[in-house]
Design a protein around this ligand. Structure first.
Ligand code: ADP
Ligand code: MG
Length: 252
């Protein structure tokens, strides 16, 4: 059995629109793989297919050798697949720290309800979880806003909180959908460091970006999508010098 996420000849159609066409890629544990491409090239659709939110028209998706097409999204989450959303789906009334704690609860035996009722047998686990949450907030530069409701934060920071939530669930694989969009340079630096740390810990990361930015910095292997198809893929230096890529990326 080969470990990693393996996407083979994946095609996704929405009515008459082919959002993805015969796309293949692989993410191994501990590897950060980049996917870039202009708006509408199918990046989010790729994530939606891998995370079980949309059903592919054809092709295969294997996680650690197991076929996951048709497996429900919440089951994939419990199996260690975490993802963020380009537009995070988090309640705007939730304070930052609570949103991140939700991620921890994904992987714990204790339910969020039990935690709120402060059941005694769970208190040690809860203390550890709070400490890990604080460390994660610190690492991503979110400590100062830990009490702030998400609805009061700029979208870039909301995405960062979503990244923290996903990281908190202790995933084996993490899919990040344009996590650097709207972030300042120092925020991007911290995000990059946190992603590196996770990969060093063995987590396989699939990083989607509109621009080369973070991908160029973090990934050795990159796939460029254009109108749902793989335009070019390979190691970062090869892709950067590829005439097809330059034509597409520079918009000439
Ligand atoms: P990207 O993330 O690269 O900007 P998307 O994956 O969001 O691109 O979109 C790829 C194409 O698929 C676009 O043409 C988009 O309009 C279409 N698409 C995505 N999701 C849906 C959906 N749920 N229903 C219909 N069309 C969709
Ligand atoms: Mg997208």
């Amino acid at each position: 059995m080969s470990s990693g996420i393996t996407v083979s000849s994946l095609t996704v159609r929405f009515g008459g629109v082919t959002a993805l066409s015969e796309v293949s890629l692989k993410v191994s544990p501990g590897e950060i793989v980049g996917v870039i491409g202009p708006n509408g090239s199918g990046k989010s659709t790729l994530f939606n297919a891998v995370s079980g939110i949309v059903q592919p028209s054809s092709g295969a998706i294997l996680i650690d050798g197991a076929d996951v097409v048709g497996v429900a999204p919440d089951r994939l989450v419990r199996q260690g697949l975490a993802r963020t959303f380009q537009t995070p789906r988090i309640d705007p009334a939730l304070p930052v720290k609570t949103a991140v704690l939700c991620g921890f609860h994904t992987m714990m035996r204790q339910s969020i309800l039990e935690a709120m009722l402060h059941l005694p047998r769970q208190t040690r686990e809860e203390t550890q979880m709070k400490a890990s949450c604080d460390a994660l907030l610190e690492r991503l530069g979110l400590t100062a806003v830990r009490e702030v409701p998400l609805g009061e934060l700029p979208m870039g920071q909301v995405r960062l909180v979503d990244v923290a939530r996903a990281m908190a669930s202790k995933p084996r694989y993490l899919l990040l959908d344009e996590p650097a969009a709207g972030l300042s340079l120092p925020e991007q630096r911290r995000l990059a460091a946190a992603i590196r740390l996770l990969a060093a810990d063995g987590v396989g990361v699939l990083l989607v970006e509109h621009n080369f930015g973070l991908v160029g910095e973090l990934c050795r292997h990159v796939t460029v999508l254009e109108r749902g198809k793989v335009l070019v893929e390979g190691d970062i230096a090869t892709v950067r010098g590829d005439p097809e890529f330059l034509r597409s990326y520079l918009g000439s």
